[in-house]
Design a protein around this ligand. Structure first.
Ligand code: HEC
Ligand code: HEC
Ligand code: HEC
Ligand code: HEC
Length: 349
């Protein structure tokens, strides 16, 4: 039976707070603090130089982003020193807590070192086991000599070895949100680190981060198409929900972190409800809203919140796989336009 949007309870902020306050007053922190909340554990990368050999333009574009610049800027900033000080961290570039989201680590002369900021492999997956696979046309001299079946197998193998491709929109988005929601209680409550970015997938991917240059031979740094942007908007909201629900699940104190994460989840649920109302024929949207309301946004509710997040994610993946955006025009007024894109996209020419 398909759940209907109308039946979904729409928690307002007031009820959210009351529920949170009551739950917290009764139940003190029972769960152990969790430093491992971030979803991506960075393994040892091959580094952007290895990609630059072929992906010259992508690399040049990347160098104009905060992702590149954070490598040298962040550790020097006053704010960074303040955060590190509160957490008892002496060397930011050696602190595991900072590495996962701000840096890329590589093995050099048998030692693991930080070599870059947020780089290609932070988003496309650590490449050691797929870099050759994805780029060598199944052992044929060039792309033309490779059959369609061989090419399909090559991509399948690359993904099996850790590559995250643009057609896996859910997978790509999960990385963004895993960093940008900042799902780490200690970092926020004790370190005073920003409790996440006001992230939205379309507006944050189509500005300075955009590098759609490979498949048009670098002719232009193309904006993602209208249909693709629609799907990005919905997939982004779903991943935001999943990530925020998991972030609340591991919260232990009724402080800044828990409150901010609950706000995020509530806001994303409302945005998804608005989309679901415009697209009553897309059953996944109503389901996602419903799943996201199945667990209270409160402390000591880990099991229910994680179960809700699992269902949101599973439905989101179905949504991403089933649609190309062609039937989603009704949400166009909800999607942020060019004036909201974060940073200037580089033109590659
Ligand atoms: C030896 C050249 C070469 C190197 C080095 C290389 N690539 Fe590629 N890359 C390619 C080729 C060729 C394709 C397109 C294959 C095709 O058209 O079927 C590609 C495609 C891609 C794609 C698009 C995949 C998709 O979804 O269609 C991504 C993402 C990518 N590479 C990332 C990387 C990253 C990250 C690195 C470094 C870790 C890297 N590449 C290193 C040659 C290379
Ligand atoms: C879960 C991912 C995550 C972790 C872990 C993390 N950061 Fe961040 N950090 C972010 C994100 C995302 C932003 C951008 C926030 C925004 O949009 O305002 C940021 C922004 C910052 C900023 C402000 C921007 C700047 O460059 O000055 C500083 C300073 C900072 N982080 C320091 C640290 C330090 C120090 C650590 C380790 C103790 C750390 N961060 C760990 C994700 C993380
Ligand atoms: C912040 C995350 C992020 C970083 C860093 C990043 N990419 Fe991407 N990349 C993406 C996303 C997202 C897409 C798909 C965009 C879309 O869906 O329209 C993409 C698409 C691509 C494509 C396919 C583009 C096309 O023409 O269709 C290639 C090739 C690629 N990236 C290579 C790289 C290389 C090489 C680097 C490092 C120099 C890099 N990327 C850094 C997120 C990232
Ligand atoms: C490994 C963690 C990580 C991943 C993955 C990641 N980001 Fe970021 N991103 C950051 C951090 C940290 C900053 C802030 C850096 C700073 O200011 O020093 C940032 C900054 C940005 C900025 C600049 C914001 C500004 O205020 O200028 C944009 C835009 C952005 N990210 C978009 C994306 C998109 C889109 C994706 C996914 C396709 C993504 N990011 C994936 C960690 C990450």
């Amino acid at each position: 039976m398909r759940p209907s949007v109308k039946k979904t309870p729409s928690l307002d902020r007031f009820r959210l707070y009351i529920a949170g306050v009551l739950a917290l007053a009764v139940l003190a922190a029972l769960v152990a603090p969790n430093d491992e909340a971030r979803s991506i554990e960075k393994a040892v990368a091959v580094g952007a130089n290895a990609c630059a050999e072929c992906h010259t333009k992508e690399t040049a574009i990347w160098k104009n982003t905060r992702h590149y610049q954070t490598f040298s800027d962040m550790p020097r900033s006053k704010e960074a020193r303040r955060i590190a000080g509160k957490l008892g961290i002496k060397r930011i570039k050696a602190a595991p807590l900072c590495l996962g989201c701000h840096f890329t680590s590589q093995k050099k002369r048998s030692r693991t070192r930080v070599t870059a900021g947020i780089s290609c492999e932070s988003c496309h997956g650590v490449a050691q086991n797929w870099i050759k696979l994805h780029s060598e046309f199944s052992g044929k001299p060039n792309k033309k000599a490779e059959t369609a079946a061989e090419a399909a197998q090559r991509w399948k193998q690359s993904v099996a070895h850790g590559m995250i491709r643009k057609d896996d929109m859910y997978g790509v988005a999960k990385n963004c949100y895993g960093c940008h929601v900042v799902p780490n209680e200690k970092l926020v409550n004790v370190g005073g680190h920003p409790a996440g970015s006001p992230f939205e997938l379309v507006s944050w991917s189509q500005g300075q981060v955009r590098h759609n240059v490979w498949y048009n031979n670098g002719k232009q740094n193309a904006l993602a198409g209208t249909k693709r942007r629609r799907l990005m908007y919905l997939v982004g909201l779903t991943v935001e929900l999943e990530t925020a629900l998991r972030a609340i699940a591991v919260a232990t104190k009724f402080e800044d972190y828990a409150i901010r994460m609950a706000h995020r989840a509530d806001k994303a649920r409302k945005a998804m409800l608005a989309a679901a109302k415009r697209l009553p024929d897309i059953p996944e949207l109503g389901s996602i809203v419903e799943h996201a309301h199945a667990a209270g946004l409160k402390l000591n509710n880990k099991k229910a919140l994680m179960a809700a997040a699992d269902k949101v994610a599973a439905t989101g993946k179905v949504l991403a796989a089933r649609h190309d955006g062609g039937k989603l025009a009704a949400i166009d007024p909800l999607i942020p336009g060019k004036s909201k894109y974060v940073g200037e996209p580089s033109d590659s020419n």
